[in-house]
Ligand binder design. Structure first.
Ligand SMILES: *Cc1c(COP(=O)(O)O)cnc(C)c1O
Length: 445
């Protein structure tokens, strides 16, 4: 043990010899979830709002916020948040380039443009030092993602936003329940929007939700796509006269099987992610000091946490492993019986949608359709975002604290890193495109 057995890729024994399905199964569904879902079916209440409103209230109480608004998915919770914050024609929204597309793309539907900023190479979240150079008179909001579970550095971001009178939207889809310096992520900016789809750590089916203390943001989002709640309860004066129809022509209502399951999941969520946190921290503690490998997590004792550790990743330092490519490293770990891969989300600013797609027939690219300047960002403009894929890899997402099992996975990573020298000969480097636009599809392929 401890990394000295011959690499499986080179003919040695595997570090992980059997599958550990219960370790990875998620979400945890019990008879209580099943009963809640069945009750919705038996009541014929699939399309109502009564259960959803209970879920919203409990979710808001959980995060100690005034309002929670449920959506049929996370993408639309972000669209609602953008509109809630007043994002409209010609406005610019600053967003990290490395994230899932739904963090940013809904802005186009409102006639706004996206300006991509760098990520910090350690947190992998929006770099506070790369925001101000992107601010113009048209900037309306900053979208922050607590990427791969790691809380973004909110203090300097909020300071910049206040200084320039910008709204801050937190995309909490990777980090539900996480903390930033003792405060829950999603409660620090003007609105915290998130996915609750089945692959996320807070998993209820297809669904999304946002939380805010700002009644106007809440009511604008209702007006955009919750027609059944756009009535005399809406207090914002300029919204009142148009009640009855959704202003955006959208319909955002959450399916009540999702909200019923969500109510049950919420009861156990903190307890379950605490166990994930313990398991994942154990994994990284055991790899402490192994060359080339670094944990992606906030410093212990900082008051910041990784929430449910969605889409767990690690940092890779090829310089410490004779330049071994992350692709070859992952190949060796996979051969040990651990299904992982290199890279993360591809940088959005390089996709053709951000350069030449004319989606709505403006006669020019959508990204500049209503813009007052050319916002297209060429290759080379965001070097950290463009290079990060070669320095990260996925790791197993342990749901239970079972040291004896986790140790086998630790051994796989340790073997590959400590015996990097034997892997150099067969290393043909990284492919040009490393990572994907979409984790979920990567998994299903
Ligand atoms: C999943 C995800 C979304 C979108 O949520 P859906 O529920 O899939 O619509 C938005 N932002 C991020 C960062 C995500 O990972």
């Amino acid at each position: 043990m401890i990394g000295t057995e011959k690499l499986s890729l080179l003919g040695g024994p595997k570090a992980v010899r059997e599958s550990h399905e219960p370790m990875f199964k998620w979400p945890i569904i019990t008879e209580e979830d099943e009963a809640a879902a069945l009750q919705v079916l038996r009541d014929g209440a699939m399309s109502g709002t009564n259960i959803t409103k209970q879920f919203e209230q409990e979710f808001a109480e959980w995060l100690n916020m005034d309002y929670a608004l449920a959506f049929n998915n996370g993408t639309n919770s972000l669209l609602g948040a953008f509109y809630g914050c007043g994002v409209g024609i010609g406005d610019e929204v600053i967003c990290p380039s490395v994230t899932y597309w739904a963090t940013a793309l809904p802005a186009y539907a409102l006639g706004a443009s996206i300006v991509f900023a760098e990520i910090d190479p350690v947190t992998l979240c929006l770099d506070p030092n790369d925001i101000e150079r992107h601010i113009s008179e048209k900037t309306k909001a900053i979208v922050v993602v607590h990427y791969l579970g790691h809380p973004a550095d909110m203090d300097p971001i909020m300071e910049i936003a206040r200084k320039h009178n910008l709204k801050v939207i937190e995309d909490v889809s990777h980090a539900q329940g996480g903390f930033y310096k003792g405060r829950r992520v999603g409660t620090i900016g003007d609105v915290g929007a998130m996915s609750l789809m089945a692959g996320k750590s807070f998993a209820i089916g297809e669904g999304g939700i946002f939380v805010t203390n700002d009644r106007e943001i809440y009511e604008r989002a209702i007006a955009l796509g919750h027609y059944e709640r756009y009535n005399e309860e809406i207090k914002t004066p300029y919204l009142q006269p148009h009640a009855g129809l959704p202003l955006g022509g959208y319909k955002f209502r959450m399916h009540q099987i999702s909200s019923a399951v969500g109510r049950v999941q919420l009861k156990y969520y903190d307890e379950r992610i605490n166990e994930i946190d313990k398991a994942m921290n154990y994994f990284w503690d055991r790899l402490e000091g192994v060359p080339g490998l670094r944990a992606h997590r906030p410093a212990p004792g900082s008051g910041s946490t990784m929430g449910g550790w969605y889409a767990t990743h690690g940092h890779y330092v090829p310089e410490e492993l004779g330049g071994l490519s992350v692709t070859r490293f992952c190949e060796a770990v996979r051969s040990e019986g651990v299904p992982i891969g290199p890279g993360c989300n591809l940088p959005l600013h390089l996709h053709s949608l951000q350069h030449d797609a004319d989606v709505y027939g403006h006669g020019k690219p959508t990204i500049i359709a209503n813009a007052s300047r050319d916002l297209r960002q060429p290759k080379g403009s965001l070097p950290v975002s463009e290079g990060i894929a070669a320095r990260v890899y996925s790791i197993p997402w342990f749901k239970h604290y079972e040291p004896a099992i986790i140790d086998q996975y630790v051994e796989a990573f340790r073997k590959a890193a400590l015996q990097y020298n034997d892997l150099l000969a067969g290393d043909s480097g990284n492919p040009e495109k490393l990572g994907g636009w979409n984790f979920f599809r990567q998994k299903a392929d």
